[in-house]
Design a protein around this ligand. Structure first.
Ligand code: AHG
Ligand code: MN
Ligand code: MN
Length: 345
């Protein structure tokens, strides 16, 4: 029953989920709550950054007299500062850090691992387009505490995530997360006047088929023939199967994914030959594809690298990239047919 006036807060929702899990110790609740504090700080800074742009650069410096850092570095530091002291983590992995992030010795370690993209779509902030933060949470595989032995505990397939989700800083700030196992995907909207994330989208289900595709067509000349055949098909006239689809591409993965999660859609970042150092495309397995793949699956959708489930991939290195086809299940399965060569209209 929603409380009078504010509805169900994210804290209440997490506690309800904790109560349903007899083994829960409250550590996970502490972890999520501190992550939410970090997101509130990032949200405030994202909006202020927009304001600064309108007012022109004021050359802001912070209390230590440092130049204000780039937003994605700022977001990265905020998350690390908030998470390192809670005693629930054995280490962290960030898109912005080449190596794993250890927990300072003055703080106790815990059994969880958080991997994150602190600010996704950051190239869009200066044009006020929605951006976000993506996170995935794992349990370490044993009692190991030493950072130089923990990489093996971090490089787990995405299906091992105990929770995953994202924050989107857009026309409103939202948090969308799941703890898997059929618990569903739930969305919460930040009410600035209350300072709380309130339940606004309970048990999100992604339509199994859509009419929308999202891809950067500027890479067309760098795709292989199977990818070209897929995208050409999506643009062809095939009334029986609802083609042509509508194209929607924001350039922030979180924003494109969130729209497709709510309304249905097929997001693609295929492999391309644009950069020999990135033959698998631009998106990262650990901090972008895996967390969103867990959300998609839990909402009835699917995520593939074009040949099979993203969540089954055994990572070899933390920053490895992966082709990503994610969203409405039937659309992703169709994409797999093209990319695996089974189909080639
Ligand atoms: P990030 O800002 O974390 O580096 O992520 C940017 C990613 C993702 O948000 C988006 O889908 C993709 O870059 C867009 O890439 P293109 O500009 O190559 O389409
Ligand atoms: Mn990103
Ligand atoms: Mn990023």
């Amino acid at each position: 029953m929603a409380n009078k006036g504010v509805g169900i807060t994210i804290t209440q929702h997490i506690l309800n989920q904790q109560r349903e899990n007899p083994a829960a110790t409250g550590g996970f609740t502490t972890l999520l709550n501190e992550l939410i504090v970090a997101a509130k700080v990032i949200s405030r800074e994202v909006n202020k950054a927009g304001l600064v742009d309108i007012l022109g650069s004021t050359g802001r410096t912070n209390v230590q007299g440092e130049q204000v850092q780039k937003l994605d570095i700022f977001a990265n530091q905020i998350i690390i500062e908030r998470m390192q002291h809670i005693g629930q983590l054995c280490c962290m992995g960030s898109e912005e850090d080449p190596d794993l992030i250890d927990i300072p010795s003055q703080y106790p370690k815990g059994d969880y691992i958080i991997v994150f993209d602190p600010l996704d779509g950051s190239s869009n902030i200066d044009v006020n387009v929605s951006i976000g933060t993506i996170f995935g949470i794992y349990k370490r595989k044993g009692e190991e505490n030493r950072i130089d032995f923990l990489l093996d505990h971090v490089l787990q397939p995405g299906k091992n995530q105990v929770a995953a989700g994202y924050f989107i800083y857009g026309s409103s700030t939202m948090m969308v997360y799941t703890t898997g196992g059929g618990s569903g995907v739930h969305g919460f909207t930040l009410y600035p006047s209350v300072g709380e994330f309130l339940l606004s989208h309970e048990n999100i289900q992604i339509p199994e088929k859509s009419k929308t595709y999202s891809v950067n067509e500027g890479n067309y000349a760098y795709w292989d023939e199977k990818t070209v055949a897929l995208v050409d098909y999506l643009k062809s006239i095939d009334k029986v199967n609802g083609m042509p689809y509508t194209s929607r591409y924001v350039g922030s993965l979180v924003a494109d994914f969130h729209r497709n999660l709510l309304k249905g859609g097929l997001f693609m970042y295929p492999a391309d030959k644009k950069d020999p150092k990135k033959p698998s495309g631009k998106l990262r397995l650990m901090v972008e594809a895996n967390p969103l793949a867990m959300v998609a699956k839990e909402a009835g959708g699917y995520a593939s690298d074009g040949t099979g489930p993203i969540l089954d991939i055994q990572p070899n290195e933390f920053h490895q990239r992966v082709p990503l086809f994610i969203g409405s299940r039937k659309d992703v399965e169709m994409a797999e047919e093209f990319i695996s060569g089974k189909r080639g209209e």
